[in-house]
Design a protein around this ligand. Structure first.
Ligand SMILES: C[C@@H](O)[C@H](NC(=O)OP(=O)(O)OC[C@H]1O[C@@H](n2cnc3c(N)ncnc32)[C@H](O)[C@@H]1O)C(=O)O
Ligand SMILES: Nc1ncnc2c1ncn2[C@@H]1O[C@H](COP(=O)(O)OP(=O)(O)OP(=O)(O)O)[C@@H](O)[C@H]1O
Ligand SMILES: [Fe+2]
Length: 554
């Protein structure tokens, strides 16, 4: 067995389009990658064709990587040229995964080294942590079949937010198929957007719910705009502006909620310069650090599997052949994280100072606070003006409406949508995030049931958008006092069960992101909602949470 710093791993990747093999040498940090890409003749990725390609291409890429390992090994020729064989177990297309797993098992047996089973999505984020040397970043995965925000907490990568329908790359590829362009569409949209001449952004849907988001509406609208005669360059530009601004916004929400100050990007769509530019600008404006790995580590590649494989191997996290079956729906939060230490806790600010949320700066002034939504320079100015104005006006309206329904909210004393400012009564002594108890979560459940009963949603009911404890005239006793809902800027009127259930899903997502042991808190939220609200909403919530979103779509 090698010493940690001289570990060498051979890895095989083949979740969909990339038949790839790599050798990682932890001593020199060299990553050798050999990839054979499947490019469909027409249409998108076809599962059967992808499997045929994988079957044909894997032996050659593996042979190339193995030769490289043999040529570069520093030791007796009788020793195996690597310490372990890693492979991607999922998520991905079942037939492709099975081909890769079979090859990996055979290699491990022939070389007489352990087998390591790697989650492809966790590899997409760990490669960014590895190349940045960040300690505990929030990670935005922007790949073809997926789009989600992850952050490590207490032994797992927690999913803070994700797409409610297709992955971001698949969404873009569907649009380019409609236009008749060949797969993959992402780079073509990027080129076309750069040629756009229209000054004005087309008015396309912009959908974020807490840290979750959805692409189906905007994709339909983009196709309709193209069919209606808009220049394809203008549609591509507006599409990118909206979709990537949504991703930048949810990433900023995740930084704000978790108190982390580092962001890494992963996945094939991360090769897009506009997306990288927006994320870099967003981070810079809030004093956070941003890192995107080199393109060869962003698109699917076995290098990232090898690097994470080496960390897992060093932690003793290897697999018996009998336990090594693949999992096409393998979620990143199912992986016990064996290879990393607990992060430094995020610094806590003192109550009473100005606070920077994801959208706004909130400044205490005596018994009031002034909230101002700052312009976001990463967003197109038209989109930015629209969002800040609409959200400020909406927040004023729904905060007051919730109050009239009997929900504790701060009293609104002033609003100026053009300046995107609001003035509220100052309430509570802490954010729920920093004072989580089951009782308080129960009160949040009851509040949500009340506003849903009145026909609207909060839109972003996270543990930072609940203030707890006594009011400013109270005695500061944290254990008692009321539970106030704040920040209704993403709320809207609706009578859809799905929208109410999404509100609960967002609340649960924030519990998962901020609590070490979220399950009792999630149960408390559901119980209190059940007592006060509509059972159908809870049934829909269960359905939302069981929807598989990890299948690569043709
Ligand atoms: C499960 C696994 O098979 C899957 N892999 C995957 O999606 O391949 P990946 O290499 O991470 O991403 C491919 C996507 O990345 C998009 N893409 C590539 N270059 C792009 C660019 N410059 N701008 C926008 N999208 C781009 C492509 O259009 C395609 O949709 C995944 O990680 O979700
Ligand atoms: N009325 C209030 N009384 C006391 N504190 C408040 C009040 N409003 C906001 N805060 C504090 O300011 C923080 C940010 O406020 P708010 O959530 O409204 O801004 P934001 O930028 O929209 O945040 P995010 O989008 O990250 O949820 C809150 O988490 C809370 O700590
Ligand atoms: Fe991928």
């Amino acid at each position: 067995m090698s010493h940690d710093s001289s570990i060498r791993v051979l890895a095989v990747e083949g979740t969909a389009w990339a038949a790839s093999a790599a050798v990682y040498d932890a001593g020199s940090e060299e990553v050798f990658i050999e990839t054979d890409a499947y490019l469909p003749d027409s249409g998108g990725i076809h599962p059967r064709e992808a499997a045929e390609h994988m079957h044909g291409a894997i032996p050659r890429v593996v042979e190339t990587a193995l030769s490289h390992a043999r040529e570069t090994v520093d030791g007796p020729a009788s020793e195996p040229p690597v310490d372990a064989v890693a492979f991607s177990r999922g998520p991905g297309l079942g037939p492709c995964l099975r081909i890769v797993a079979t090859v990996a098992r055979a290699l491990a047996q022939t070389l007489e080294v352990p087998l390591v089973g790697v989650n492809h999505m966790v590899a997409h984020l760990e490669i960014g942590r590895h190349t940045s040397e960040f300690n505990s970043p929030v990670c935005l995965n922007a790949s073809g079949a997926n789009a989600h925000l992850l952050a490590y907490r207490n032994g797992r990568y927690r999913v803070l937010g994700e797409t409610m329908d297709t992955g971001v790359g698949n969404a873009i590829d569907k649009f380019t198929r409609h236009v008749g362009w060949s797969h993959p569409g992402g780079p073509k949209v990027e080129e076309a957007a750069a040629r756009a001449e229209g000054e004005e952004l087309l008015d396309l849907p912009y959908v974020v719910k807490g840290m979750d988001f959805s692409f189906s509406g905007i994709m339909t609208a983009a196709k309709e705009a193209y069919d209606g005669g808009e220049d394809v360059e203008d549609v591509c530009c507006s599409l990118q502006e909206n979709v990537f601004a949504m991703l930048a916004e949810v990433a900023e929400r995740a930084l704000s909620l978790t108190g982390r100050e580092e962001l890494v990007l992963g996945g094939g769509v991360g090769q897009n310069a506009r997306l990288r530019g927006m994320l870099a600008e967003m981070c810079e404006a809030r004093g956070a650090s941003f890192h995107a790995p080199d393109p060869r580590f962003l698109r699917d590649n076995a290098g990232m599997i090898a690097v994470l494989g080496a960390k897992m191997y060093a932690a003793g996290d290897t697999l018996e052949i009998a336990d090594s079956r693949v999992d096409p729906d393998f979620r990143p939060d199912q992986v016990p994280v064996t290879w990393r230490e607990a992060p430094e806790p995020a610094p806590r600010r003192a109550e009473g100072e100005a606070v920077r949320g994801a959208e706004a700066v909130v400044t205490p002034e005596g018994d009031r606070v002034v909230k101002r939504r700052l312009p976001k320079s990463y967003r197109h100015p038209d989109l930015d003006d629209r969002l800040r104005r609409e959200r400020t006006a909406g927040e004023a309206r729904l905060t007051s409406l919730a109050r009239r329904e009997g929900v504790s909210t701060p009293v609104l004393s002033d609003v100026d949508p053009r300046e995107a400012t609001l003035e509220f009564e100052r309430v509570g002594t802490a954010d729920l995030r920093d004072a989580l108890t089951e009782q308080r979560v129960r009160e949040v459940g009851a509040h949500l049931a009340t506003i849903h009963g009145a026909g609207f949603v909060h839109g972003d009911p996270t543990t930072r958008n609940v203030r707890v404890g006594a009011g400013t005239d109270g005695d500061g006793d944290d254990a008692g006092g009321r539970t106030y809902l704040i920040d209704f800027g993403l709320g809207y009127h609706t009578d859809h069960v799905e929208d109410y259930a999404m509100d609960l899903h967002v609340a649960e997502g924030s519990l998962v992101g901020t609590a070490d042991d979220p399950d009792p808190l999630r149960a408390a939220l559901r119980e209190s909602y059940r007592a006060a609200g509509d059972e159908r909403v809870l049934n829909r919530l269960a359905e939302i949470e069981s929807r598989g979103r990890y299948v690569s779509e043709p």
